[in-house]
Write a protein that binds this ligand. Sequence first.
Ligand code: ZN
Length: 256
Amino acid sequence: MLPDLVNPKEKTYLAIAIIASAFVYLILLVSLIGIFYVLIGAFALAVVQGIAIGQLRGNSVRVSAQQFPGVLAMAAEICPRLGIASVPPIYIMQSGGVLNAFATRFFGRNYICIYSEILELAYDQGQEAVAFVLAHELTHVARNHVWWKTVIFPAQFVPFLAAAYSRACEYTCDAYGAYLHSDGAEAGILVLAAGKRLYREMNVDAYLAQAQEPEGFWMWLAEHLSTHPNLPKRMLQVRRLRATRNIQPAAAVRAF
Ligand SMILES: [Zn+2]
């Protein structure tokens, strides 16, 4: 049984965004011309998402029992624990050095994309960090974050709201990632900060102290416009979780 690690702000911001979006939908629906714009917008969104999924499926490497089976084994271990009935399609994308992973959705089907630089970690003693990243992305699927972000799109007119919801979602995903693969949580975040080689050289305490520094206006503004929390804050959360929650050692990651 999973503990409730959902960031409380995720539910609060989602509720506010649903109300704001419902207001917009209502205005559009009562004006006949508004319905036309909703349909045009939905069609345009479907085309853009469809092309993005087409590019993903067309140019990335699909994980399977024959292709990167270690990744599939990780996902097969994580999915039931998050209540995901079947492992969504997972793709590895060549990234030109960018370290990232994301979950996306198209016509009710979820997809996970892991950039190749992240996966390379798994072949360099970083399996737990990769498992954390995968658990983070699968939490986006389990919590239907991509679906909700589409539903509340009209709430964009409220300054900072959509980004605040997104950051809360990221904290939730980090929390479940850290719960399921605690040994990889800190490494998974350090890798995003310093890259897949230098992360091993980082002084974690000094990095955590960065999260306590006074923000100042520009740092505050930059974070509040961002879909992701600042990395030192994400690191602080996973360390606090490890300290305060009875986080069980993660299941052993299968050898690559
Ligand atoms: Zn995320």
